[in-house]
Design a protein around this ligand. Structure first.
Ligand code: OFO
Length: 168
């Protein structure tokens, strides 16, 4: 049985993962209609992963005797300034999510919920991978500059296929 405090903090994380999924969906849609087909593929895939993260938490809470109430999600931005700025926003967002996961770890230690502490480690590792991948994308964007976005748009699909994808 989950402690109420842990159930609540995990419920809050469901909202954050669901919002992440919608945020990346909105970005994917923007990229798609602006001619960045490769970046759109990366973002649609990312949106799916975030949905899986949300589902992982939903199942965990319910299996441990809690009851998830699916929250409302705020609307993500419809427009983006440009590709580089969008990936900077993604990086900031992932850092915020990592911080949120760390707060869950801290709460499980405080409450001596070692089962959830062990379970949440998957998310800790996932966040390391997600931040590393977005940081790699930003490095590439800095090297290429705005003039070579066509090449980057093709390149990013290869990143998705060659190990950038996280294990589920
Ligand atoms: Fe769920 O990892 Fe990104 O936000």
């Amino acid at each position: 049985m989950l402690l109420k405090k842990i159930e609540n903090i995990l419920n809050d994380q469901i909202e954050k993962e669901g919002y992440s999924s919608n945020l990346y969906l909105a970005m994917a849609s923007w990229a798609e209609v602006n001619g960045y087909a490769g970046i759109a593929v990366w973002l649609y895939t990312q949106a799916e992963e975030e949905k899986e993260h949300m589902l992982k938490i939903i199942h965990y809470i319910n299996e441990r005797g809690g009851h998830v109430i699916v929250p409302a999600f705020k609307q993500p931005p419809k427009e983006q300034k440009n590709i580089k700025n969008m990936f900077e926003e993604i990086f900031k967002h992932e850092q915020y999510i990592s911080d949120s996961i760390n707060q869950i770890v801290a709460a499980t230690i405080e409450e001596k919920d070692y089962t959830t502490q062990s379970w949440i480690q998957w998310f800790v590792t996932e966040q390391i991978e997600e931040e590393a991948q977005v940081s790699e994308i930003l490095d590439k964007l800095n090297l290429l500059g705005e003039n070579n976005l066509y090449l980057f748009d093709r390149d990013i699909i290869a990143m998705r296929k060659s190990g950038g994808e996280s294990e589920k």
